[in-house]
Every structure is written in C-alpha cells, then in structure tokens.
Write a protein that binds this ligand. Structure first.
Ligand code: FES
Length: 107
C-alpha cells in the first residue's frame, strides 16, 4: 500500500539505465531518470527558460538542457553548469515491486 502523498506513475521496467521519461504528477511535468538502476525524479522544466529537460541528454547523474545547455544534477536538482542558476525541485520516490511512486518534493 502506497504511503499518503505517493502516486504510481510508471514502472521501473519502462526506463532502462541511462534513460529518462516524463510523467505528469498533479499537473506538473516530472522527469524520471534511471541512474545505475536507481530511479530519480525532478521537475522536467528547466529553471532558466522553458525547455523540457527530458528532451536533453543524460550523462551520468547530470541532465543537459536541450535549449541552452545548462546541466543539473538529477539527484539534487542543483545546476552544475550555466546559464541556469536556480535549483530544480526533486521528488521523493518509492519503489514497490516494479512500480515507481512519486511523492512530495524534497524541501
Ligand atoms: S532553458 Fe535550459 S538552459 Fe536555457
């Protein structure tokens, strides 16, 4: 049984290691990334301008924005290269069997 505030959004088997997908959670676009078998979730929209990070490249723990090339650490939401300067929200994750559940953002 899922904890309160967690919703099933996808299955682990849908996302291979090194890949990303985007899902909708409470009207927010959320990026899910599989990094070495661990699923991480963060907002899909770049903090610099309006671009979908899941359309960028995933290199290790960093996702590169397809529009101007800012990179973010997917595990923390922190920008690691310009032009973005603001962090992106990351979300709590629970795995139940093959199910991925996304919870509230980390504050
Ligand atoms: S919109 Fe992502 S770096 Fe500009």
């Amino acid at each position: 049984m899922a904890d309160a505030g967690f919703v099933k959004v996808a299955q682990v088997s849908e996302i291979k290691p090194g890949e990303m997908i985007v899902v909708e959670v409470d009207s927010e676009q959320v990026l899910l990334a599989n990094i070495n078998g661990n699923i991480h979730a963060m907002d899909d929209i770049c903090s610099h301008a309006y671009a979908s990070l899941s359309e960028g490249d995933l290199n290790g723990v960093e996702v590169e924005c397809p529009l101007h090339g800012a990179a973010f650490n997917v595990t923390t939401g922190v920008p690691v290269s310009p032009p973005a300067t603001e962090s992106i929200r990351v979300y709590q994750i629970q795995i139940e069997g093959d199910d991925i559940l996304v919870g509230p953002p980390n504050s």
